[in-house]
Structures are given as structure tokens and as C-alpha cells.
Design a protein. Structure first.
Length: 285
């Protein structure tokens, strides 16, 4: 089986590496505009060769679209246009409504499977890819009933074989939930990083004083702007609502501190401690 990785970065590269470990005879071809990414992907053994998009589509049974989400929306119809009858396209995008809408408008929609692995790091590019990123993680498939049975079965089998836990959602449900549990956390981290950088001109002081708590909270601020800006834009309605809810709690917390209302501060933090129950449930799944 030949798999094409279109956009050889963290997710696409990690998917290829773990598949290669599971299926040693599987062949991987890469499609990427960056010559640097091409060289790294070849050197790390993520792909066996680099091909132009048109040629990759001709030879691959499965095409993995792992570019930023704005590029996915534009590229998906092009891929479906050139896709052989027996082949499948899956994406790894972090938003789903616009991507699925683009697929729905195409006569070959059934050859597409909408996928979002709930995994990542603050690093990007093929140099950051590693085979342990995806096993054990949750993965969401959207609009599975719109994919033809053999395409869906192929993608599901590969995801299960590499140890991922499959969940099913509509694109609307996906984008709403992700606004709160993923997109908001990235915005919070970017904002925290900017706040500290604006107030602390002495970078050495930041380094000397930063605790592990600060480092873990602000870690996501190192994420790729080129990847995240399109995500926020595509999911802007849900992200804006999540931000409004978050800002309201920040204002209430600030009021409690300004008013020296220790009881209110304690109530806020005690309620927030309940997040441990949710995180515990996620870890057990």
C-alpha cells in the first residue's frame, strides 16, 4: 500500500512514522512545497520519496492531507478532482465545518474521511515528528455516514491499529467543543506570553523567575502562528463565544481580588478544581 503525506509536518510526519512501524512494507511519498521539509522528511525516514501532487495522487491508495486548515479547504477539492476511483483522502485538520462543507460540495465526497487526531505539541515541522505522538490518543471522525464504507473502514482500521481511540461527531459539535478544550487554551497561552513579554523587558529575569507552572501554562505560546491563525479564523464564532465566557470569569476573578473578597476567590478556585474529575475521565477512556 502506498500512502501520500501532503504537508509533511508534525502530525502528518508522526502519522507516517507510526504507520511505518506497524506496517514495515507500507510505502510513503511526501508532498511539500518546502525544500527544507522535504529534506528533513527524507532524512528522518518519514517518506521514501518526494513527488509532485499530481503524481502522488496517481500512485497512492490513501492520501493524508496534513496542511494548515486554510490550505486544506483550498486543496481538498483539487485532490478530489484528481483522485482515482479506488483511492481515499483523509485530512488531519483541527477545524471541521468549513472543511466538510468543501467536501460536501464535491461529487466525490464519499472518497473523503474527515479526521482530527487529538494530539500535538508546541513544535512544528517534520523535525518535530515522532512515532509516539498518536498511540493512545483520541481521534474524531466527522460525518462518517457521508464516507463510502471501504474508505471509512480503511481509515478506521489504520487508526485503531496504531492505538487511537475513535469518537464520532458532527462538524458543528466538533468545532464547538474544540473551541473550549483546545482553541481557547492556545489563545490563553499566547495572551499570557504577550502579557509577560510586555511587562518584563529583562528576559533574564523571566528566565530566572519562571516556575514550572508558568512554563507549562505558556508552553503553547510557542505553537506555529501559521497553523493557529487559520484555525481561529475558521472557528471564529465558537472561539469568540469561548473567549467571551473566559473573559467574564477573568473579570469576576479580578473583581474578587480588587474587592479583597477572599471567599469569592476561594469559591472560584474550588469550583475550578472540579476540572480534575473531567481530566480523570479523559485519561481513563
Amino acid at each position: 500500500m502506498i500512502v501520500s503525506i501532503i504537508g509533511v509536518g508534525l502530525l502528518g510526519g508522526s502519522f507516517a512514522l507510526v504507520l511505518r512501524e506497524k506496517y514495515p512494507n507500507m510505502k510513503f511519498v511526501g508532498v511539500d512545497l518546502s525544500e527544507v521539509n522535504q529534506k528533513i522528511a527524507l532524512a528522518k525516514g518519514i517518506v521514501d520519496e518526494i513527488l509532485p501532487l499530481e503524481e502522488a495522487l496517481r500512485v497512492a491508495e490513501l492520501n493524508v492531507l496534513a496542511t494548515p486548515v486554510d490550505t486544506i479547504v483550498h486543496l481538498l477539492p483539487v485532490l478530489l478532482d484528481g483522485l482515482p476511483e479506488g483511492a481515499t483522502v483523509m485530512d488531519l485538520g483541527s477545524t471541521k465545518e468549513l472543511i466538510c462543507r468543501a467536501a460536501d460540495a464535491h461529487p466525490r465526497r464519499a472518497q473523503f474521511v474527515a479526521v482530527h487526531p487529538m494530539a500535538g505539541t508546541e513544535n512544528s515541522g517534520p523535525g518535530a515528528a515522532f512515532g509516539e505522538l498518536l498511540p493512545g490518543k483520541n481521534v474524531i471522525i466527522c460525518d462518517r455516514e457521508k464516507s463510502r464504507p471501504d474508505s471509512l473502514a480503511l481509515v478506521e482500521a489504520l487508526l485503531r491499529d496504531i492505538g487511537m481511540k475513535i469518537h464520532y461527531m458532527t462538524p458543528t459539535e466538533h468545532d464547538l467543543h474544540l473551541a473550549y478544550v483546545s482553541h481557547l487554551s492556545h489563545i490563553s497561552s499566547f495572551a499570557l506570553g504577550l502579557t509577560v513579554l510586555e511587562k518584563e523587558a529583562d528576559e533574564k529575569a523571566i528566565f530566572d523567575m519562571a516556575s514550572t507552572g508558568f512554563s507549562s501554562t505558556v508552553r503553547l505560546a510557542k505553537s506555529s502562528p501559521q497553523m493557529w491563525a487559520p484555525i481561529f479564523d475558521q472557528n471564529k464564532t465558537n472561539v469568540s463565544k469561548a473567549l467571551a465566557d473566559y473573559i467574564e470569569f477573568l473579570k469576576r476573578f479580578k473583581d474578587a481580588i480588587d474587592n479583597e473578597d477572599l471567599d469569592a476567590s476561594l469559591r472560584f478556585m474550588s469550583r475550578a478544581n472540579d476540572i480534575g474529575r473531567i481530566l480523570g475521565g479523559i485519561e481513563k477512556k
